[in-house]
Design a protein around this ligand. Structure first.
Ligand code: ADE
Length: 984
């Protein structure tokens, strides 16, 4: 509960001990109720005697944390008319006072120390006849007192001759109660006394939760928590269940903090205890370092299968099949190990170094490898091992596939070394010795060579019959590797070891550089020529139409609009003055020039960006003089300022609607033959008269000025119907603008003017200039200047302004109106406003706001702009509310104040059966009463009044009230249901 009680006389068991002065004034009466609990009542009824001054003073009451207190009095009051002979002496009010002190007084009561809170009158007084019927009409009145600064206070009641029984006094203060939101806890918080400012409270994450975005709530003046921002999330190993973070059950885990549930352990893993962040692998299964916790545990693969070799003159190719068990992973690779063995099995040596493996010996991804440079007379044993990402972790012995290959195919080995005879930049000459004891015919020699830097990638070979060769076509200054083998009828010998020789490097480098330069120049010239040809081609074939389009004259653009190519064909559409090359032409077209001698300036009423705003009179021959407002452009302006200033007039001049400020005309020319200043009171207002040409915009005078300050000055003064009437006018003006294709972009109460009949007029036109002028407009990250609190999210994020974004702003204006000029989102920062809107928060209904209007606001604040109402829908809807005022009776707080009412704030459920409806207001016990009386449809219930509710047997007054109040809501909802195509 948001009320914290400091005193409740109905729950004080002993004596109250309140003092009365004089002693024969107020009377303290204590009776016992049926539960033997005392009922403390104070009575006074000296209605026959004049000049009564009877005081009743409470004990000292500690203020505790309260800054503002509420005093709720329940009392009965006798109607003076029902008592004979008391007309001069009987009163029907009493006075409520308080006095703040830091401690209880022991000194005498001094009424002059007390400050008056209010005069209390009864809503209902009772008569002699009521007494006969034993009906006592109980009144409940609540008063606010604050700010309180001392440690405590006394209350005092002054009677001046009324007949009163004070039945109970309850004193409480409001606080936002301890709450848990978004996994954060927020302490009891006392609101600020100033009802327009909120207390920002940071939440603390609950156990086993951690902060994501700083959790915040704002404590409102009525003890309601508003605008939840940010949140906490459950830590690793914990998941959110019913608003708290609970440890994962055995067999489950949660590896990351966040609002995700615990997951079942992946295959081949387990968790025994509660609260596992990760599941452990079963024996024989592993998790690689880079494996995510969500992945199954895996094991090393089985060995490769079906290992085979294929040997020819130069290559030995090994091939195998993939293992039957990959271990549950995809990162399978193979390593090849070579052993060269002598006659005895233990005479083996590793031989990878001697051989060349293509592509490589380790980390193979294909099930094949090619081996070269092997000796002709050798036994090689190859072991192929399959591996995956967990092979290194596993301690199991490696399993390999083994094959032995004999390369003994004959052919004499080359003896003697290979030597370089000479080298040039592109050639190397080599020679070698013939094999010494050769019995076999040598057919030829094969010389293999490759660039040292690109070893393994590719090689070249050449043959020669002589024991020497000149290898040409080489790169200058480059190292090459060479080896040679013999070919005999028995096959190839093994290769000689590798020899490395370098070509020389010289002038050919330069030649090749020049070659490159030439290539680049040729390519550039060719590219440019191609570009020229392509451009000519596009021009000729008309593909450059966009270029010519951009040059379309503004005249054409305007004609397009006026011919009905604007938003609504056939309807007059707005023409943007910026489409005129010469802005003066727009002024001529849309405004009337006024001779300044027809204007009389009277006083300054405000200041605009360009100069003062004055009020005055305008004379028009043959017409009644009218009151006007004159916007002026101050002296020393530059041409650009003059153009921007008059731009607003060119826009306004196109509109003609009772809810749009009317332009009377402009003054842009100095009257002929009038040399100097020519206005009465000109010194008050227009600097412009003296310097340069006078420039003014003359509009109708709107008596009550801007809507926001007007509402603030008249807080609580209007009926709901009057407020809805104002909103209807604004919506009608906006419908007119949107039908014309004009988007306002700065619709806000400060830009609406109110006349003496409460007719609202949309003003402040001029798009970008308006925003420059608007103190509410702030720069966004994209550089635009935007009034954040009034602007739709898509317009803030990517400047998508439309009539739908105006509808969003209209919803904010509704909120401003219903809260009598409260600042939207109070003093939250612009950043917090953007964030909260993004998170789905919307402004709550202002105090006393009918449900129907708050629902319309929420409709205007739909994220998806196509779901927002059109202004024509808004006008129709408000018209219906005005024609059917009972639809405005259910207030949002009526619905929200139901104890444990279902749904969150702003959630008014649509009921489907009488049972559901009664359940939702905790009145299920009356279901049979409704049924027995024949109320079996919601429609029939919606027509019930309080008498009907009594008649069906609901006896308790509180229950009658609760049911009747909900019936009104129901009626409204059914009414909305009937609104075709406009469900709220
Ligand atoms: N303030 C700005 N324009 C006004 C107008 N037209 N009437 C009254 N006050 C204004």
């Amino acid at each position: 509960c948001s009320h914290f009680v400091l005193l409740d006389t109905t729950s004080v068991l002993g004596e109250l001990g309140w003092k009365t002065y004089p002693i024969n004034g107020w009377d303290a009466i204590t009776e016992m109720d049926e539960h033997n609990r005392p009922i403390h009542t104070f009575q006074v009824c000296n209605v026959m005697e004049p000049n009564q001054n009877n005081w009743l003073r409470s004990n000292w009451i500690s203020r505790q944390a309260a800054q503002k207190i509420y005093v709720e009095l329940r009392f009965t009051l006798r109607d003076c008319n029902s008592i004979p002979w008391v007309s001069g002496t009987c009163k029907e009010t009493f006075n409520l006072f308080y006095h703040e002190t830091d401690e209880a007084h022991s000194v005498k009561f001094k009424p002059q120390q007390y400050t008056k809170i209010d005069t209390i009158a009864a809503d209902e007084s009772f008569t002699q006849m009521d007494l006969g019927d034993r009906i006592l009409k109980l009144n409940t009145e609540v008063r606010e007192v604050g700010p309180m600064t001392r440690k405590g206070f006394y209350l005092a009641f002054q009677d001046i001759g009324a007949c009163i029984a004070l039945v109970s006094v309850r004193i409480y203060y409001k606080k936002c109660p301890f709450t848990l939101r978004n996994l954060a806890s927020f302490p009891d918080t006392v609101p600020r006394v100033d009802s327009s400012s909120l207390v920002e409270v940071r939440g603390a994450c609950i156990d086993h939760a951690e902060e994501r975005d700083t959790p915040k709530l704002f404590c409102g003046a009525d003890g309601d928590w508003l605008v939840p921002l940010g949140r906490c999330v459950c830590s690793i190993a914990y998941e959110e269940i019913d608003g708290s973070c609970t440890a994962c059950h055995p067999g489950f885990y949660k590896a990351y903090a966040g609002n995700i549930r615990c997951s079942k352990c992946p295959p081949h893993s387990f968790s025994y205890g509660e609260g596992a962040a990760i599941c452990h692998c079963e024996t024989g299964f592993f998790r690689a370092e880079s494996d995510p916790p969500t992945m199954a545990c895996t094991r090393p693969p089985s060995p490769p299968r079906n290992l085979m070799f294929n040997l020819n003159d130069t290559c030995l190719m090994l091939e195998w099949s993939h293992p039957s068990d990959t271990g549950g992973r995809r990162d399978l690779t193979y390593n090849v190990q070579c052993k060269r063995c002598g006659p005895e099995p233990d005479q083996c040596q590793f031989c990878e170094e001697e051989l060349r493996f293509l592509p490589r010996p380790l980390g193979l991804t294909d099930a094949t490898v090619t081996i070269m440079d092997f000796s002709a007379h050798a036994n090689y044993t190859f072991e192929i091992e399959s591996l995956n990402g967990v092979s290194d972790i596993s301690s199991f012995p490696r399993q390999v596939a083994i094959i032995t290959v004999s390369t003994d195919q004959g052919g004499p080995s080359l003896v003697g070394s290979l030597k370089k005879d000479w080298a040039s930049p592109n050639s190397i000459a080599l020679s070698w010795q013939q094999p010494e004891q050769t019995t076999m015919l040598i057919l030829d020699y094969e010389i293999k060579y490759y660039e040292k830097e690109h070893e393994q990638l590719s090689y070249s070979s050449t043959r020669t019959k002589a024991p020497s060769v000149i290898i040409s076509g080489l790169k200058p200054a480059t190292w090459y590797v060479f080896c040679v083998r013999t070919r005999s009828p028995a096959g190839y010998s093994s290769y000689t070891p590798k020899y490395e020789y370098k070509t020389t490097g010289d002038s050919s480098d330069i030649a090749s550089d020049q070659g490159q330069v030439l290539v680049i120049v040729t390519a550039a010239v060719g590219g440019f020529t191609l570009l020229v040809i392509l451009t000519l081609f596009l021009l000729i074939t008309g593909r450059c139409q966009w270029y010519f389009k951009a040059k379309m004259t503004s005249e054409e653009k305007r004609t397009n609009y006026q011919n009905g190519h604007g938003p609504f064909p056939g309807i007059k559409t707005y023409v943007d003055p910026d489409t005129y090359e010469d802005p003066t032409q727009a002024i001529h077209e849309f405004t009337k020039e006024i001779d300044p001698s027809r204007i009389r300036i009277e006083r300054v009423i405000g200041a605009g960006e360009f100069g003062e705003v004055c009020s005055g009179r305008l004379r028009t021959p043959g017409k009644k003089e009218i009151a006007v407002a004159i916007k002026t452009l101050k002296g020393g302006y530059v041409e650009r300022q003059r153009r921007d200033f008059l731009r607003e007039a060119s826009i306004m001049g196109q509109f003609d609607h009772p809810n749009i400020i009317r332009l009377e005309g402009v003054v842009t020319k100095r009257p002929l033959g009038v040399p100097g200043p020519h206005f009465e009171n000109h010194w008050l207002c227009c600097v412009c008269v003296f310097a340069g040409r006078p420039v003014m915009i003359v509009v109708e005078y709107v008596e009550n000025g801007s809507l926001d300050s007007f509402l603030r000055q008249h807080d609580g003064h209007f009926t709901v119907i009057q407020l809805v009437g104002m909103l209807r006018g604004i919506a009608s003006g906006m419908k007119y603008l949107s039908d014309m294709g004009y988007v306002h972009r700065d619709l806000a109460a400060r830009n609406i003017l109110v006349n003496s009949n409460l007719v609202c007029k949309v003003s402040d036109f001029g798009l970008s200039r308006v925003l420059e002028d608007d103190p509410e407009a702030a720069y966004t990250t994209t550089g635009g200047k935007i009034p954040i609190r009034w602007t739709a999210p898509e317009a803030i994020s990517y400047r998508k302004f439309s009539s739908a974004s105006d509808a969003w702003s209209y919803g904010i204006v509704m909120w401003e109106v219903m809260s009598y000029g409260e600042r939207p989102y109070w003093e939250m920062s612009n950043q917090d406003v953007i964030l909260s809107i993004e998170e789905g928060y919307r402004l709550p209904a202002p105090m006393g706001c009918p449900v129907a209007l708050h629902q319309l606001m929420l409709h205007c604040w739909q994220k998806e702009r196509s779901h927002r109402p059109k202004f024509t829908d808004v006008v129709t809807f408000l018209d219906k509310l005005i024609r059917n005022p009972s639809s405005l009776l259910p207030l949002v707080e009526d619905i929200q104040s139901l104890p444990e009412s279902p749904g969150e704030e702003m959630d008014y459920p649509m009921f489907i059966s009488i049972g559901d409806w009664l359940d939702s207001i905790k009145m299920t016990q009356y279901k049979s009463n409704f049924m027995a009386a024949g109320y079996n449809t919601l429609d029939s219930v919606a027509r019930m009044n309080i008498e009907d509710v009594r008649r069906i047997g609901v006896e308790l007054i509180g229950h009658q009230r609760r049911i009747t109040s909900s019936v009104q809501t129901l009626r409204l909802q059914l009414l909305h249901e009937q609104e075709k195509g406009f469900h709220v």
